[in-house]
Design a protein around this ligand. Structure first.
Ligand code: GH3
Ligand code: MG
Ligand code: MG
Ligand code: MG
Ligand code: MG
Length: 305
């Protein structure tokens, strides 16, 4: 582990200790048919406090990964019964569910092209057995760190920092395909939200936006929900017709009857829904926005389809 600080400085030791503590929550699956080799890798991982799960063939590894979404990393041998290492990697990478899984291939086989095969099929890294303990630890840590950084960058690009809903950029980038599959676009806007800020201050306004977003997320699972602007939200959903109407009216009831943090004013929202199929998401959103405007003019706390 490269560090500018002395290995024995208090700061450095504390950093290592903290990292090890953090590792206790990281589940690593070791897929390896040789029980000696498996035990050896398990011991190495446990030195760094990882939570180790074992599989003795490729099929068992696949089953365990499918059953436990918390597994962050797979360390897999190549020659194993039932499903070999890189077939396992190929199968996993075809599934979007496993795109963030960190995979390190492992083999003692003489075939020098094996590392390339592993990487090409989607592994993050490869180690040839036998390896130095320190190299093993370095690769495990650096691959996990890279994955963590990537996830952070992706969140920064796609999510709204206040509400953690998708942002406008993500909505138009990923929402188009969803819309083309037969989605319906709706825009929801909080009523007289400026009054909340003016009466209770921006902090309370922010908290209210967060709570509203939570409620929206819980009410429309499976749809794409984005923060479209300040107190405006966009929903793309597969629901339509009466089912969508019912869901939206239920949501508005929930908003109205909920007491939001610190704000003692009643909270309501208005909604514009574009039910007619449009050629692009942009057009659907424009139309939904026009209906939203009509809903505001109709006295707010209402939906216009
Ligand atoms: P209407 O019913 O017509 O929608 O009235 P409104 O007051 O909700 O709408 P208006 O567009 O007049 O004001 C929106 C307000 O939302 C103004 C702005 O300060 C506030 N706002 C926008 N983004 C944020 C935010 O991130 N945090 C807070 N606290 N307020 C925000
Ligand atoms: Mg083997
Ligand atoms: Mg508003
Ligand atoms: Mg406005
Ligand atoms: Mg607005």
């Amino acid at each position: 582990y490269v560090t500018k600080e002395s290995r024995y400085s208090f700061n450095h030791v504390m950093k290592v200790v903290n990292r090890l503590k953090k590792n206790q929550n990281i589940k690593v699956l070791v897929a390896e048919d040789s029980s000696t080799s498996r035990l050896f890798i398990k011991i190495l991982l446990e030195q760094y406090r990882f939570n180790v799960i074992e599989a003795s063939d490729g099929q068992e590894a696949l089953a365990k990964l499918e059953a436990d979404s918390e597994i962050k990393m797979l360390i897999t041998d190549h020659n194993m019964p039932l499903v070999n290492g890189y077939d396992l990697v190929r199968m996993l990478r075809r599934n979007v569910r496993f795109q963030d899984l960190v995979i390190i291939g492992l083999s003692a086989e003489g075939d020098t092209s094996l590392s390339a095969k592993f990487i090409k099929s989607g592994a993050n890294d490869f180690l040839k057995k036998p390896f130095y303990h320190e190299e093993f630890h370095c690769r495990v840590i650096s691959n996990l760190e890279s994955q963590e950084m990537l996830a952070t960058i992706r969140d920064l690009a796609n999510l709204d920092p206040l509400t953690k809903l998708y942002n406008r950029r993500y909505l138009f980038e990923e929402g188009e395909a969803l819309y083309q599959k037969g989605g319906v676009a709706a825009i929801l806007d909080l009523d007289f939200f400026k009054k909340v800020n003016d009466t209770y201050g921006h902090f309370v306004g922010d908290e209210l936006l967060k709570e509203f977003s939570e409620l929206l997320k819980a009410s429309f699972q499976g749809g794409l929900i984005a923060r479209f602007g300040g107190e405006e939200f966009c929903l793309i959903t597969e629901l339509s017709g009466d089912a969508l109407k019912e869901k939206l009216y239920q949501f508005m009831d929930d908003v109205r009857s909920r007491s939001f943090t610190q704000a003692e004013v009643p909270v309501t929202c208005s909604v514009g829904v574009c039910s007619e199929s449009q050629s692009t998401l942009g057009e659907a959103v424009n139309l939904a926005d026009k209906y939203l405007y009509d809903a505001k003019n109709a006295g707010r706390d209402t939906i216009v389809f």
